[in-house]
Design a protein around this ligand. Structure first.
Ligand SMILES: Cc1cc2nc3c(=O)[nH]c(=O)nc-3n(C[C@H](O)[C@H](O)[C@H](O)COP(=O)(O)OP(=O)(O)OC[C@H]3O[C@@H](n4cnc5c(N)ncnc54)[C@H](O)[C@@H]3O)c2cc1C
Length: 503
């Protein structure tokens, strides 16, 4: 890591949240000799959405966390933290739709055989129609994607899965999301990549030849291992990571945050003062904790930010090999699950007994809805049934299971979020000049680990410099970044595949 050297710095930085953003900021600042206190609501686990869950020796993620980045600096930071504990993984994944498995990334022959000549022709004609009569200035996701691919392909490979993930119609989702996540991808590039055998490309950072989309890194014991190591490094420098401390109040005056109050696991409260503050808390939660309360318009804007929640049903099967993929996208509308992970295919160390398999069945939901409030036993039964119905597991093989719920897994990009975010940012720029936002929900941005870390890294650098040198809002939106990324950008879309590709 360049630039951040240990010096006699008397400043204290309070960091809210011990996910990738909070721990990256903590790590960088503590290395630079700045005093750091990281406050985390969870009583035990660091890593936030990127933590590793454990059940009877079986380890699993919230989803599946690929480690790759366009940023050489972030890749280097991962290496610095975990070294040989980071495995190189070869990606294998497919799409299940209409009783068929499609290779993902798509392969021409496989797609053709699955779709059949009649449907293939309809897809091509529908694409031609979309090119001839595109929707002018598309503002919602459906119009944006249909313009790129035509209506038929959009319905086959995009609509059902996207609606599972977001829980709202693709007409309600902002075109921004597609523009941010899949810029550069269109019918021609997708067909080209499906027809032409895999071409290797340089990652441009270390001169290593690889396709970013097909190879990624993964900690031997899951993503949480990375964040446990980051926590340990912060502690080794004598700084603090405090668990079970839920931030409930952000006291501010004269344009600055003065102190943070937490509610701890024993029900007591504690106040922390600091010079600078970094928040990776969901913005809605952060604004609700502001004292004095912000103007009504700012509170309303924060309340209007929406999130998509998530749960995973981990099923343990007494079978050595269930399927070879790391994960399978379940586009099929006949089941509720959206994706299945097979964790031993990420790292064999994720299962304690190689004769068994742990699958993570992913369900996208809203906190409080029917899925979210279902009894765990019912969810395990649902997962077992759905697994059997798509032919991937026999109910008799399921020997155990557990459920993990993750609120606010996705910040929702609806058609008003930008407006609300602008209102909140304008307020914070005046009322909390020493507060730095970072991360995914911390910025209400569809940031992956690498982006979340980069925002935190830049916040830390701004704090070290004592002025705003970097604009963290440019991370993961920078036009230049997208151009360089080209269709590789799709690889960063962990949640929603479209017509897949590899550069
Ligand atoms: C299903 C799924 C799959 C994903 N796959 C990938 C992938 O393959 N690769 C990748 O790079 N990224 C992936 N991501 C994204 C990745 O999980 C996030 O980018 C990353 O975890 C965001 O880090 P963060 O620190 O900003 O936030 P979080 O991980 O949300 O951490 C925030 C922390 O703040 C804490 N907190 C919240 N409120 C309070 C409070 N009031 N007081 C104190 N603490 C609080 C939380 O407990 C949490 O620990 C995936 C995400 C999902 C949902």
């Amino acid at each position: 890591m360049h630039g951040e050297q240990r010096s006699a710095d008397t400043r204290q930085v309070i960091i809210m949240g011990a996910g990738p953003a909070g721990l990256t900021a903590g790590y960088v600042l503590s290395k630079a000799g700045v005093g750091v206190t990281v406050l985390e609501a969870d009583p035990e686990k660091v890593g936030g959405i990127s933590r590793t869950e454990t059940y009877r020796g079986y380890r699993f993620d919230i989803g599946g966390h690929r480690f790759f980045s366009k940023s050489a600096e972030i890749e280097q930071l991962w290496t610095e933290l975990l070294g040989d504990e980071l495995l190189d993984c070869q990606r294998l994944s497919r799409i299940y739709y209409g009783n068929k498995f499609y290779d993902y990334p798509l392969k021409a022959m496989n797609a053709f055989l699955n779709l059949g000549p009649h449907e293939t022709m309809r897809c091509i004609l529908s694409y031609a129609r979309a090119r001839a009569f595109p929707v002018k200035n598309p503002t919602n996701l459906e119009d944006w994607v249909t313009n790129q691919f035509g209506d038929r392909l959009y319905r086959t490979f995009f609509k059902t899965y996207t609606e599972k993930v977001w829980g709202i119609s693709t007409r309600e989702l902002s075109a921004d999301w597609a523009a941010q996540r899949i810029k550069g991808l269109n019918f021609t590039s997708a067909v080209k990549s499906a027809l032409i055998p895999q071409r290797v490309s340089s990652d441009g950072h270390q001169g290593v030849i690889k396709t970013l989309i097909d190879t990624f890194r993964y900690p031997r014991f899951g993503p949480g291992q990375m964040w446990e190591r980051a926590r340990d490094r912060i502690l080794e420098t004598g700084q603090a990571v405090k668990m079970g401390e839920r931030i409930v109040r952000v006291r501010h005056a004269a344009g600055r945050v003065i102190a943070i109050t937490t509610l701890n696991k024993r029900g007591g409260t504690q106040e922390y003062t600091g010079d600078d503050f970094i928040s990776s808390l969901p913005i809605r939660e952060l604004i609700a904790a502001f004292d004095p309360a912000p103007p009504a318009s700012v509170i309303a804007a924060a309340q209007a930010l929406r999130y998509r929640d998530y749960l995973t049903v981990a099923l343990i099967l007494r079978r050595q090999d269930v399927f070879p993929d790391n994960w399978i996208y379940i586009h099929d509308p006949t089941v509720q699950m959206g994706r299945i992970q097979n964790y031993k295919n990420w790292s064999p160390a994720m299962v304690p007994d190689p004769a068994t398999t742990c699958l993570g069945l992913e369900y996208f939901c809203f906190e409080g809805d029917g899925l979210w409030t279902s009894d765990d036993r019912d969810l395990i039964a649902l997962g077992t049934r759905e697994l059997a119905s798509i032919g991937l597991g026999n109910p008799q093989e399921v020997i155990d299971g557990t459920v993990v719920r993750m609120p606010k897994a996705y910040p929702v990009y609806d058609d008003t979020y930008k407006l609300h975010l602008a209102t909140i940012r304008a307020y914070l720029a005046e009322a909390a000049q020493n507060l730095h936002l970072a991360g995914r929900n911390g910025m209400h941005k569809y940031n992956n680990q690498d982006h979340s870390m980069m925002t935190a890294l830049l916040d830390a650098r701004n704090i070290i410099a004592g002025r705003q040198v970097y604009d963290v809002w440019r991370v993961n939106t920078d036009a230049e970044y997208h151009e360089q990324a080209g269709i590789d950008e799709l690889a960063e879309d962990r949640a929603v595949p479209l017509i897949p590709s590899h550069a």
